[in-house]
Design a protein around this ligand. Structure first.
Ligand code: 8DG
Length: 131
């Protein structure tokens, strides 16, 4: 089974977290789902370098990337995903949606109101527990 390794940013502004909606895709289980911005690690990159590049590409931001949060593995129908999440404090809500179709800033207690990609649910649950 194909393996995919990605990094994802939990962008925190005050008590709110950025939730970003993926575009429509042929994989219905991730199509238009909410996620934490990020993407695949390219050859030769560290996890933080990959995340820095993805945040610039996707949102035109360059925040400080803090501690790693949790790593999740999830079996999707077509591939096995390993996702490393990182906490990032951000001092502006001024982002550009270069790839996502929408975004919303939510308090931790509100996170479960969205339709998250399945791999993200353990991260969302932990964010709510850690509140
Ligand atoms: N970035 C990110 N990807 C996630 C999350 N949850 C989740 O299931 N994924 C999946 C969706 C995709 O299959 C994969 C990330 O791939 P991607 O397509 O966004 O990454 P990329 O920007 O490097 O993509 P590309 O160059 O192949 O187009 O991980 C999440 O919270 N953040």
């Amino acid at each position: 089974m194909k393996k995919v390794e990605v990094v994802a940013a939990i962008l925190i502004y005050g008590d709110e977290i950025l939730c970003a909606q993926r575009a429509k895709s042929k994989l219905d289980y991730i199509s238009e789902k909410f996620e934490f911005p990020g993407g695949k690690i390219e050859a030769g990159e560290t996890k933080k370098e990959a995340l820095k590049r993805e945040l610039e590409e996707e949102l035109s931001i360059n925040p400080e990337i803090n501690d790693s949060y949790i790593t999740v593995t999830h079996q999707y129908p077509d591939f096995e995903l390993t996702m490393h999440s990182f906490l990032c404090d951000i001092n502006t809500k001024d982002i550009s949606l270069n790839e996502h179709i929408s975004s919303i800033w939510l308090k931790r207690s509100e996170l479960l109101s969205l339709d998250w990609a399945a791999a993200d649910v353990p991260i969302v649950n932990k964010l709510m527990q850690d509140e």
